[in-house]
Design a protein around this ligand. Structure first.
Ligand SMILES: *[C@@H]1O[C@H](CO)[C@@H](O)[C@H](O)[C@H]1NC(C)=O
Ligand SMILES: *[C@@H]1O[C@H](CO)[C@@H](O)[C@H](O)[C@H]1NC(C)=O
Length: 318
């Protein structure tokens, strides 16, 4: 009798656990391309340094050995890039730590989390990944403005020169013209084809003009994001890029999935389009499965989930 009851209790527990797993994607877990190619560990195992000045930040994030750098408060940049050494975690403390007026660049095996990043005048992007592999950009808030000219700022999160195995999750990208450019030019197919594999999930794109993302040559899995007032063009697949776009909410979005203007491909399924007209013609892509497991939230629940759990201040500390 006792044995049967405990077997039943275990069965009930297993059934309810799997029901919960199906209902909601985990908010605090790495998923997607950054988990491949050996995985992304950032500075795990290395020493932790807390910085409050630009000079201390620059010094702390260089070098090729593992290191964890905590930023306390908002550091004002000098407009130039802040280059990241390999095997680095940069994390903001609390809900209002990060960098304004400058941006991060480079690095392999890097984690950037819980940062407020804002207003870096061109040509410095808020984050520019160059020849970078295994990168996790998670729970950050990127903020600019739409009052300057469209070229005053450059990108919020750009990737080029063969960057690969990137996950961009639970971020807020807001008030910006050119959000995320993957593949810097039409002439870089030699270094970018077969690379630029990126997962975008559970991000909130709020009042963005374009490039959420714009992708050349690469492969992007774009699921359970909230596209919320995109003014000119959202996902732009070009130069043979393949994108799988699923379980997203598009609200007030102009040109949600562009392929035909620029020679890219897309598969779209299970998306919800509100006040948004899907393009009449989408060049059919081949990316229908991805080489990792993931839990997508249904498009109809994505807006409330993402508004509650994306951006800095949600996953604090390490
Ligand atoms: C950082 O990683 C890249 C890619 O693996 C490598 O080419 C580069 O030499 C590394 N840099 C250092 C300083 O170890
Ligand atoms: C859809 O567009 C109309 C007209 O511009 C606007 O009044 C309404 O608020 C929009 N709906 C949503 C969900 O944004």
């Amino acid at each position: 009798m006792f044995a049967r009851f405990s077997a039943l209790a275990i069965l009930v527990a297993l059934v309810s656990a799997s029901a919960i797993d199906k209902r909601a994607a985990p908010v605090n877990q790495m998923v997607g391309y950054a988990t491949l190619n050996g995985g992304t560990t950032g500075g795990a195992g290395g020493p932790t340094t807390t910085v409050t000045t630009l000079a201390a930040l620059r010094a702390a994030i260089t070098g090729a050995t593992p290191k964890i750098v905590q930023i306390s408060g908002i550091i004002t940049g000098d407009g130039d890039t802040i280059d990241i050494g390999n095997h680095t975690t940069v994390v903001g403390i609390g809900s209002n730590s990060g960098v304004t007026g400058g941006g991060f660049r480079k690095g392999t095996n890097v984690i950037l989390r819980n940062l407020q990043l804002s207003k870096s005048p061109a040509p410095t992007d808020l984050i520019e990944l160059q020849t970078s592999t295994n990168i996790w950009v998670d729970h950050n808030t990127f903020t600019s403005d739409l009052t300057h000219d469209k070229d005053f700022y450059d990108g919020q999160l750009d990737m080029n020169h063969g960057t690969d195995f990137v996950t961009v999750s639970w971020n807020v990208f807001q008030q910006h013209f050119k959000c995320s450019l993957v593949g810097g030019s039409d002439n870089t197919g030699d270094e970018d084809s077969g690379h630029l594999r990126v997962t975008y999930h559970h991000n909130h794109f709020l009042e963005i003009n374009s490039r959420t993302p714009s992708l050349r040559f690469g492969t992007a899995h774009i699921y359970s994001n909230y596209f919320d007032n995109v003014l000119a063009s959202a996902i732009d697949s070009r130069d043979g890029a393949q994108v799988l776009v699923e379980d997203n909410q598009f609200t007030n979005v102009v040109d949600p999935i562009e392929t035909t203007l620029n020679g890219g491909f897309a598969v779209q399924r299970s998306n919800v389009f509100t006040n948004t007209t899907l393009e009449a013609t989408i060049a059919a892509g081949t990316l229908t499965t991805v080489p990792y497991t993931y839990t997508a939230d249904a498009a109809s629940s994505v807006a409330s989930i993402v508004v509650a759990s994306a951006g800095a201040g949600i996953v604090t500390g390490l």
